[in-house]
Design a protein around this ligand. Structure first.
Ligand code: SAM
Length: 208
């Protein structure tokens, strides 16, 4: 089977992922900020593509005062195993699935919000396009797609400092922001754009 993305296995996955992520500035405050960008309302159904260790899913539940139902999907057994241990006791609120973001095991119009945080940059062009198509299929009309990914840094100094990181994580889509066009072709219209960090862009698309 074709590789669907960088799967965070034993070395970079699970508890190690959370440690590395925190060292790189993706600690609790990042996830709190990311959850704050979601247009959440009580009782909503939310899907997280490439959910990793479920840090964002936990923050979404906190922000929604535990009234939402969050579904996370990820390729990696290591990530999911650790995500299960972090979400123990929250099984009614957070369901985790093993799978790829471009073949979603969900019905049409099933979600109010689909979110993805720094996971598109771990896949190839074909998977990203397939995933946006699938996102549009599983989102209800009027629902939102929140796409958080690496982007061309807004500050030159940050670009220089993070050059090694960017050489690994940039691609045509996030660097040139072709996401806007791809989403538009799938009925997802850009509603709002903001930055969570100088090099992390958060785009809110509405399904029309
Ligand atoms: C950098 S981590 C981000 C995890 C999480 N979203 C976060 O913000 O902490 C990228 C995640 O995407 C997952 N991934 C890569 N390709 C994928 C795919 N095709 N479908 C689902 N998950 C994928 C990896 O296993 C990894 O857990």
């Amino acid at each position: 089977m074709r590789k669907k993305g960088n799967e965070f296995g034993l070395l970079y996955g699970g508890r190690n992922y959370d440690i590395f992520a925190t060292l790189l500035g993706f600690g609790h405050s990042y996830y709190e900020k990311a959850a704050g960008e979601l247009p959440l309302e009580k009782g909503m159904k939310v899907l997280d593509l490439g959910c990793g260790t479920a840090s964002l899913d936990i923050e979404i539940e906190k922000k929604a005062e535990h009234t939402c139902k969050v579904y996370g999907i990820d390729l990696s057994d290591t990530q999911l195993k650790y995500a299960h241990s972090k979400t123990k006791g929250m099984e009614e609120e957070i369901s985790l699935y093993k799978g790829t973001m471009d073949e979603l095991p969900f019905k049409n119009d099933a979600f109010d919000i689909v979110v993805t945080s720094v996971a598109f940059c771990e896949t190839d062009e074909e998977v990203r396009r397939g995933s946006i198509k699938e996102t549009s299929r599983v989102l209800r009309n009027g629902g939102y797609f929140v796409l958080i990914d690496c982007a061309r840094p807004r500050m030159a100094l940050t670009s220089a400092m993070l050059l090694p990181f960017f050489m690994l994580k940039t691609n045509e889509d996030n660097w040139n922001n072709t996401y806007v066009e791809i989403c538009k072709n799938n009925g997802l219209m850009l509603d709002k754009e903001t930055y969570l960090k100088s090099y992390i862009r958060c785009q809110l698309f509405k399904k029309e």
